[in-house]
Design a protein around this ligand. Structure first.
Ligand SMILES: Cc1cc2nc3c(=O)[nH]c(=O)nc-3n(C[C@H](O)[C@H](O)[C@H](O)COP(=O)(O)OP(=O)(O)OC[C@H]3O[C@@H](n4cnc5c(N)ncnc54)[C@H](O)[C@@H]3O)c2cc1C
Length: 458
């Protein structure tokens, strides 16, 4: 095929670097306001699986390496690489629900909010990401620690089958029976996966009849006592209560705002009464007289949960994030991170620490839980002149806890940091298996692998 014929085959879906549309498309490929200065040669926006096949074959024939994007929520901008082809899958967003089998077939550009709203019409649910704007593509490939994942396990554990276009441009079905090793990798490999997923078949569960939440808001200075109390209470809570700590400014965006620690339990139950019973152990806090505010058994809904997350991680801001699994307890980890937060140059920065964010998954897949505790510091700011200070803050915060680390979570790990987080985001045997599957399925390295610090121009 000549270059001209190939371009015409993909119609107006292909945009080269000299096209006036290019820069807007490149910038919008990343949700983070901190857009990396990395420039693909060509951006292709397929509308169908057949287009994806054609794009992969075109890239191969022109010697272009391929990067992929579904919703652009990679904090470190993994879809943007220098040179090669970016295939933007955001146009693939069909979502079909089969209530009889309690399954859904979902294309990668579908957001969690779109999926949840569609499932709501059928009385069904799925552990979508906490922010409704996160697309299922990169989320499911990375594991997916979403709403009620403590009970359900990581979202990828509920993937039954995928359709994927391989490096040789073939569309294949992968499940426990067909291409089981590619299916194994698709549940956890995240931004190093070596095929283009064009759809996922998901196992669903009944929509909770009631969702309620209890929140205690205390001064950050009390973080050690608060975490001692709440981690003790955690063992009394059923798995359907998602418990998390959040260290943040009381009034994000206001410089002199005092810092606080929030403890929130969100119950996913069949009825209001059951939800209240689930949250009972959180009703009495020994530090209650120091609490700045509290909300007990507050009825909520998935849509409200997405709104809450969107206010903590607002769009059009600049972000840097990193993750750490650890076997140290939350009191130790969060005391160190509270000290770090006190020194944050931006009052929007925060630290999230979900307790048991993935439960104890039993499936054999590339994702695994790598520690008993999990923390995620986020630098959040809006002034480009403060980029270096905020990225530096994140690195300092990580340095305070990294000696206690047992690994990272690939979905939100800062792959631009040295040493590379990719290898330490997997159990050692799983990492070895991923390398050998990559060599088997993509021997010519058509698909970009994990972003590494040496290609991470900010
Ligand atoms: C505001 C916000 C909230 C978040 N909340 C959560 C959360 O609650 N839980 C959680 O687990 N994570 C969360 N994340 C992290 C998120 O899951 C990852 O960034 C994930 O990669 C986002 O999916 P995406 O499709 O938008 O990724 P993109 O940025 O589009 O893609 C990231 C990488 O994934 C790979 N990829 C994407 N789509 C495909 C595909 N179809 N086929 C093959 N490879 C593909 C590519 O390598 C790509 O470079 C959050 C991120 C943000 C920005």
């Amino acid at each position: 095929m000549s270059r001209h014929t190939q371009t015409r085959g993909l119609g107006g879906m292909l945009v080269r670097r000299d096209n006036p549309e290019y820069e807007d498309l490149r910038r919008s490929a990343v949700w983070n306001g901190l857009t990396p200065a990395r420039f693909p040669d060509v951006i292709v926006r397929p509308a169908t699986t057949a287009d994806v096949v054609e794009a992969v074959r075109l890239a191969r024939s022109q010697g272009l390496r391929i990067a992929l994007r579904s919703g652009g929520h990679s904090w470190c901008g993994s879809p943007l690489r220098d040179g090669g082809m970016l295939i933007d899958l955001s146009g693939l967003r069909a979502c079909t629900v089969d209530p009889a089998s309690a399954t859904a077939t979902v294309q990668p550009g579908t957001t969690g909010r779109e999926l949840s709203s569609e499932l709501g019409r059928h009385g069904l649910a799925f552990p979508t990401g906490h922010c409704g704007s996160v697309a299922v593509g990169g989320y499911l490939l990375s594991g997916g620690l979403g709403w009620n994942s403590g009970a359900r396990g990581p979202a990828c554990a509920d993937v039954e089958e995928i359709e994927a276009v391989t490096a040789d441009g073939e569309s294949v079905t992968c499940s426990d029976r067909e291409h089981p090793d590619l299916f194994w990798a698709a549940r956890g490999a995240g931004p190093g996966f070596f095929a283009v997923v064009t759809s996922f078949r998901l196992r669903l569960y009944p929509r909770p009849g009631a969702i309620t939440s209890t929140t205690w808001n205390l001064p950050l200075a009390d973080v050690a006592e608060v975490t001692h109390w709440a981690t003790g209470v955690a063992s009394e809570l059923p798995p359907d209560v998602e418990l998390s700590f959040c260290l943040a400014s009381a009034d994000p965006g206001t410089d002199a705002s005092p810092k606080v620690v929030n403890v929130t339990g969100t119950a996913f139950a069949s009825s209001r009464q059951e939800a209240d019973e689930f949250l009972e152990p959180l009703r009495y806090c020994p530090l209650a007289e120091r609490a700045l505010s509290r909300q007990l058994d507050e009825p909520t809904a998935f849509e409200t949960l997405y709104e809450g997350a969107a206010s903590a991680w607002p769009p059009e801001h600049r972000y840097a994030a990193d993750t750490l699994w650890s076997d140290s307890g939350f009191p130790t980890l969060l005391e160190r991170l509270a000290d770090a937060l006190d020194a944050a140059p931006s009052s929007r920065s925060l630290v999230l620490a979900p307790v048991s964010p993935a439960g104890r998954p039993t499936q054999d897949m590339a994702f695994s839980v790598l520690g008993n505790s999990y923390v995620v510091p986020y630098a959040v700011w809006d002034d480009p002149r403060q980029d270096a200070a905020n990225i530096g803050w994140l690195r300092d915060a990580m340095r305070a806890v990294e000696p206690l680390g047992t690994g990272h979570y690939i979905a939100e790990a800062d792959l631009t940091a040295a040493p590379s987080r990719a290898r330490r985001s997997f159990a050692p045997d799983d990492w070895t298996r991923l390398q050998s599957l990559k060599a088997q399925y993509d021997p010519d390295g058509v698909f970009r692998s994990y972003l590494s610090p040496d290609e991470a121009t900010p």
